[in-house]
Design a binder for this molecule. Structure first.
Ligand code: FBP
Length: 337
């Protein structure tokens, strides 16, 4: 594999092909899915960039399966991804944070060997206030028999992901993905309309400096979680205090910590005893990327990628980021349990 640097002018298409060449058995189907996702990301980015001018801000009257009011950009992004992906003949079905059930491939199109799960616009509460939001995706290989998708194709543990990634719509638009050969970042050049390799082979620092947690929930945390947050804040004298940074968009908080080192945590609390964030299309894809970059992710007891899913929209607690900081979570949550 050619070693690239951030100035090698490598498009995402070229990089995907180079990575595919490392797999003699590859059919090109997975590469095709990644291309189509990159196109969908460009279309969403162009709308997000002009959101205030494009009359697409604000909420709709409808609620999604999570009980959240759907933002207009949520639905726009959801539609864009479905339309960009449903006709390629590469997917057996899709699942989205915005759709209660599995999204079948329309009858007029062929079905394929992969399932796609996604959060079309993560950090919805930040859309109208121009704070970075993102798109998160996970790709699984179809395991059920027959042409059509079964729930079992979606309910696979994170280790079964064949690809995962996210797009961050921030000061620049970046797409970070992995197919199990490291995590790589591409920046959208708005003049060329191309995703160009800008962060080859991302490595997250072993120990981080940022703590990303919404501590407005402190009163609703159980004692083990409070003890852990005291540790990260250096209040138990066992380590230097970390710097707190919390945007409220998981993709943005995760991305900062992936590059700068740190931990993002959304512990269980009295209001969300099972956690808030969704296992299949928020936590598993980011855990996959993080591990590929040398980091780690747990749900409080188990390696995130080994959790066996039981429901499409199941929620989970999450602690993800620098390996040294996640190990502290294992130690403190384990000790205090
Ligand atoms: P969605 O916007 O996709 O529903 O994502 C959930 C989310 O906004 C995460 O991006 C973020 O980390 C978290 O919820 C913020 O939750 P809270 O406001 O409880 O801290």
């Amino acid at each position: 594999m050619v070693r690239h640097t951030a100035t090698s002018v490598v498009t995402i298409e070229r990089y995907i092909i180079e990575q595919e060449s490392l797999h003699p058995a590859a059919t090109g189907e997975l590469s095709g899915i990644l291309y189509d996702l990159a196109l969908a990301a460009k279309m969403i980015a162009s709308k997000v960039r002009r959101a205030g001018l494009a009359d697409i801000l604000g909420a709709t009257e409808s609620e999604n399966v999570q009980g959240e009011i759907q933002q207009r950009l949520d639905l726009f992004a959801n539609e864009i991804i479905i339309k960009a992906m449903d006709h390629s003949g590469r997917l057996c079905a899709m699942a989205s944070e915005e759709e209660a059930d599995i999204i079948p491939i329309p009858a007029q199109f062929k079905t394929g060997a992969y399932a796609l799960l996604f959060d079309p616009l993560d950090g919805s509460s930040n859309i109208d206030v121009n704070v970075p939001v993102g798109t998160i995706f996970s790709v699984l290989k179809k395991v059920s028999a027959g042409a059509h998708c079964a729930l079992s194709d979606m309910l696979q543990p994170g280790v079964k992901q064949v690809a995962a990634g996210y797009v961050i719509y921030g000061s620049s638009t970046m797409l970070v993905y992995s197919t199990g050969q490291g995590a790589h970042g591409f920046t959208l050049d708005p003049l060329l309309g191309e995703f160009l390799l800008s962060h080859p082979d991302i490595r997250i620092p072993e120990h981080g400096r940022y703590l990303s947690v919404n501590d407005a929930y402190e009163q609703h945390w159980a004692e083990p979680v409070r003890a852990l947050m005291r540790r990260y804040r250096g209040l138990d004298g066992k380590r230097e205090a970390m710097n707190v940074r919390y945007v409220g968009s998981m993709v943005a908080d995760f991305h900062r910590n992936l590059l700068g080192g740190g931990i993002f945590a959304y512990p269980p609390n009295a209001k969300n005893p099972g956690g808030k964030l969704r296992l299949l299309y928020e936590c598993n894809p980011l855990a996959f990327i993080c591990e590929q970059a040398g980091g780690a992710a747990i749900d409080g007891t188990t390696r995130m990628l080994e959790v066996q899913p039981t429901e499409l929209h199941q929620r989970t607690p999450i602690y993800v980021g620098s390996r040294g900081d996640v190990e502290i979570a294992c130690e403190v949550l384990g000790q205090e349990r």
